[in-house]
Write a protein that binds this ligand. Structure first.
Ligand SMILES: O=C(O)CCC(=O)C(=O)O
Length: 316
């Protein structure tokens, strides 16, 4: 690892990543008091790839005033949704030498609400988090409570979102550290989400390893088994838990500075493409996010270069 390689490995990655993070990574995620114009959004946030939290952008959504667990029960309680279930709340996480994906159950939303409200028990930790536009696909009855996209963002980005996702889960449900190639507008409707962020320039100090993909399966007895996916390639994933980083194993992570923020009901986080994120939530938090595909531009190329150099020099 890096510290063992003295200067050689550090020199290039510091030259590539330090100026960027020093110049443009803030100490805290800034707030905007109102939605930006498309020009301001693009110029001040998308183009420089900086996160911000936008207030008063969802006021006109009926969802903000209507959505609660009882409202969801009354409107979509009998609708079946896809639910991710894990023994410990960690979906898509490294466990031993495996990359383990959650068991996926189809349950009426009311069963999830029963667990969230404490009137029933279910083995493991539940999280409605299917990331394939599960809002329009699984819960279309809720669509009239919000806008189908974020107009100023669609105008700025010159496209419509690729996916609109609905998130509802228990406090123990955690999304492990990862990055996406999406410009993400993450809207909290009820409760709060806690994000831990790293800019793309931290890539040399964030370890990746290759894991055999596997899936949790829930047995009749309510226990979990880890079942390997058949004949598929290994998956690169981040083994490090940013809440309890193993610095003896990953000393390079010391060089990073995580940016933490809480996104509260009525607020929208602009999470720029390629930023690493780890996410926790309050119990029963309800959120919707819009994923806009990123432009495969110079920012993307910079990240690919950083990624290739990191791999080539064995920093991972
Ligand atoms: O809300 C979460 O748990 C994770 C969100 C996320 O990873 C995303 O929107 O890309």
């Amino acid at each position: 690892h890096m510290d063992g390689r003295a200067g050689a490995g550090c020199c290039w990655c510091q030259q590539l990543s330090a100026p960027l993070s020093e110049l443009s990574v803030p100490l805290a995620v800034p707030y905007l008091d109102e939605p930006p114009t498309p020009l301001h959004f693009y110029r001040d946030w998308v183009c420089p790839n900086r996160p911000c939290i936008i207030r008063n952008a969802l006021q006109h959504w009926p969802a903000l005033h209507k959505w609660s667990l009882p409202y969801l029960r009354a409107t979509v309680g009998s609708t079946e949704v896809s639910v991710a279930v894990t023994p410990d709340g960690y979906a898509d996480a490294v466990r031993g030498d495996r990359f383990v994906m959650p068991a996926e159950l189809r349950l009426p939303l009311s069963s999830v609400l029963d667990v969230l409200e404490g009137s029933a028990q279910h083995p493991g930790v539940l999280y409605v988090q299917k990331q394939c536009s599960n809002l329009p696909n699984e819960l279309p009855q809720l669509l009239s409570d919000l806008e189908p996209h974020v107009p100023w963002a669609s105008e700025a980005l010159g496209k419509m979102p690729d996916a609109v996702n609905f998130w509802l889960g228990e406090a123990a449900a955690v999304t492990s550290l990862h990055k996406d190639h999406y410009e993400n507008l993450y809207c909290v409707v009820s409760g709060e989400k806690h994000f831990l962020l790293h800019p793309p320039s931290d890539r040399p100090f964030i370890p990746y390893e290759l894991y055999t993909p596997a899936t949790y399966q829930l047995t009749e007895e309510g226990t979990f088994e880890v079942v390997d996916e058949e004949a598929v390639e290994k998956v690169p994933w981040i083994p490090l838990d940013p809440l309890a980083p193993d610095l003896a194993q990953y000393p390079g992570y010391r060089r990073t500075q995580a940016l933490r923020c809480t996104v509260r009901a009525g607020e929208m986080l602009y999470l720029p493409a390629l930023w690493f994120h780890h996410v926790q939530q309050s119990h029963g938090c309800i959120a919707v996010n819009f994923w806009y595909d990123m432009e495969y531009d110079l920012k993307y190329s910079y990240f690919q270069l950083l990624d290739s150099l990191t791999k080539a020099s064995g920093l991972d």
